[in-house]
Write a protein that binds this ligand. Structure first.
Ligand SMILES: O=C(O)CCC(=O)C(=O)O
Ligand SMILES: [Fe+2]
Length: 348
């Protein structure tokens, strides 16, 4: 299972992002790892999610999250095993798409169009996200972003087309989620309720595991020095001062964590700036694009994989692209000092 790569030579290990796509379990092809639910498992998940949605009408109710943790145990074994395996090892692509989740496609209301839109009321899709968060760790949110809701809408907003955030519809640059934050999510989950009209909006993911062999040793060393500064994304309000300077690559440098947001991270030295440019090129070379469709859940390992989105054209007619998003913290206790009353919301 080791992802350690030989990093002694620039050409040592060619990445193979263009490997054949395959829907097989664990396959890591052009779309990364894909896990397709059987119809029987999807039906069982639907029953569990509907039961859970009926337990309370409020998502951000700690008792509902506790009920979701219990309900996770009732989900089909194959699904739980795949999620838990991904938690242990997110693979070369550091991302997994689960296909065929029951999001109630035919019964969905119009896609929201307002900025900061969140889901406070329980629903089948909210149940799916919060149960899965409990399988990966615990759900979490940030008070300063989308009002700290555990289930957030990712929808295009009129007038925000050029915004570098999930309300926009131009290319969204590659980023680790909340890269500036000491307790950034361990996993980002994006559940597709509706694709865009033209089916061109692609979730892009790029793993440092696959980009690393394309980087020179000098670049890897430069990225491992704490010579980078990352600003909070525009979706955050004020966070009370700048985050400390940090390295982009951290940990075991044969399988490092990556921490960068190409819209918010700057190199503080000429070598750091050059290294960022090289990293960006390498990530682009290994990036995968997946056109999420209704019932697809993308899970991104935010330690090793960046994500972004290709451009699309919203119509604001109620049938636009609609994802729901939740964050996961693998070890909630570590962020206790940021979470008032031991809740799920980090503040500031
Ligand atoms: O729209 C997408 O596919 C991804 C947006 C994004 O980066 C996010 O919601 O965190
Ligand atoms: Fe994001």
């Amino acid at each position: 299972m080791s992802h350690a790569v030989q990093v002694t030579s620039r050409e040592a290990v060619p990445a193979e992002p263009a490997a054949r796509a395959s829907a097989a379990e664990g396959a890591s092809g052009a779309q990364g790892a894909v896990f397709t639910l059987s119809p029987a498992d999807a039906a069982e998940i639907s029953r569990v999610a509907q039961r859970l949605a009926a337990v309370s009408d409020r998502v951000d109710d700690e008792r509902w999250v506790a009920a979701a943790r219990t309900a996770w145990e009732d989900l089909p074994r194959a699904f739980r095993c795949r999620i838990r395996a991904f938690r242990r090892d997110s693979g070369p692509a550091g991302a997994l798409v689960v296909r065929g989740l029951p999001v109630g496609e035919g019964e969905l209301p119009d896609t929201p169009t307002v900025r900061g839109s969140v889901q406070r009321a329980t629903s089948r899709s909210a149940a799916l996200l919060v149960m899965t968060a409990c399988g990966l760790g615990d759900p979490a949110a940030f008070r300063a972003e989308k009002s700290g809701a555990l289930v957030q809408d990712v929808v295009p907003v009129p007038g925000q087309e050029d915004f570098q955030g999930n309300a926009g519809s131009v290319d969204l640059l590659m980023h680790n989620e909340n890269a500036f934050h000491a307790h950034r999510p361990d996993h980002v989950m994006l559940l597709c309720l509706r694709p865009d009209h033209e089916r061109v909006a692609g979730l892009r993911t790029a793993s440092v595991r696959e980009a690393l062999p394309l980087l020179s040793e000098r670049t890897r060393e430069a990225l491992a020095r704490p010579e980078f500064s990352t600003q909070p994304p525009p979706s955050f309000g004020s966070t009370g001062g700048p985050a400390p300077d940090h390295p982009v690559l951290d940990g075991d440098l044969s399988d490092p964590d990556v921490r960068v947001d190409f819209a918010a991270t700057e190199g503080l030295t000429p070598a750091a700036r050059t290294a960022l440019t090289e990293l960006s090129g390498a990530l682009d070379e290994v990036a995968r694009t997946v056109l999420l469709t209704s019932g697809d859940l993308a899970i991104v390992d935010n330690h090793v994989t960046l994500h972004g989105r290709t451009a699309f054209r919203p119509r604001y007619d109620g049938a636009d692209r609609w994802l729901q998003r939740s964050f996961v913290l693998a070890d909630l206790r570590r962020s206790r000092g940021f979470r008032p009353a031991d809740g799920y919301v980090l503040a500031p």
